[in-house]
Unconditional design. Structure first.
Length: 231
């Protein structure tokens, strides 16, 4: 794959850490639906609401390495125990669970997509959002990335994700800055020990929070992000 460079207009962003002491406020979702949500979907919906609640409609790009794997694992344990699987649990176990719930809650039928690309899922979500925004800059695009480590049942996971959720709203009409993104083939002389971030989400969050540059290295590529103030 050739090296890629692109820049997105950032209007808002929000982060919810997995280690947060309080549960995310989901008062915008009716109680019956709220009780059924997983920890992952709760965090994802929280940051999505923070960034997109003021918009009547928004295109959505959701990304996660594992998605609702914990719920799927519970379903498998239920089947293994010879018990009946709850239809609700099954319907909420798919990768795009969060996009469906958000669309229903908002009454928003705008296009939504969900992707998973291993530990590079956030990087490719940023690329997908850029492609959608470049096609139609008049309509905002909301990126939501949410993940949590896989259940211990699966054993050690190489380059495991960190928990938490991150949302970024692309909207040039209300942008506060620009996020420059680069994906380049891994150099033969790359030194993994100098990478300070264990995951892409940690690197991107640092870039947005500190308004600086950050870098993350995978097995085949290096990803870089750089913040630029203003339009």
């Amino acid at each position: 794959m050739p090296d890629l460079h692109w820049t997105i207009p950032v209007a808002r962003w929000s982060f919810w850490p997995a280690a947060a002491s309080a549960a995310p406020d989901l008062g915008f979702i009716e109680p019956l639906t709220r009780r059924r949500l997983s920890t992952l979907s709760r965090a994802a919906l929280k940051v999505a609401h923070d960034c997109g609640a003021h918009l009547p409609a928004v295109r959505l790009v959701f990304a996660s390495r594992h998605g609702e794997l914990r719920r799927t694992t519970d379903i498998l344990h239920t089947i293994d125990a010879g018990k009946t699987v709850s239809p609700t649990s099954f319907s909420l176990s798919v990768l795009n669970t969060m996009t469906g719930i958000l669309g229903i809650v908002r009454g928003d039928r705008t296009a939504a997509s969900a992707l998973s690309a291993g530990n590079e899922s956030l990087g490719y979500a940023l690329l997908e959002a850029y492609a959608q925004y470049a096609t139609d800059p008049s309509s905002p695009v909301l990126i939501v990335f949410a993940d949590e480590p896989a259940d211990a049942t699966y054993g050690p996971v190489e380059a495991e994700v960190e928990g938490g959720a991150l949302a970024i709203l692309l909207d040039a009409s209300a942008q506060t800055g620009r996020l420059a993104c680069t994906r380049a083939a891994l150099s033969d002389h790359a030194d993994p020990s100098r990478m300070p971030f264990a995951s892409q989400s940690a690197a991107v969050q640092h870039c947005l929070e500190a308004r600086t540059s950050s870098e993350w290295q995978g097995t085949t590529s290096t990803w870089q992000w750089c913040w630029h103030e203003g339009a």
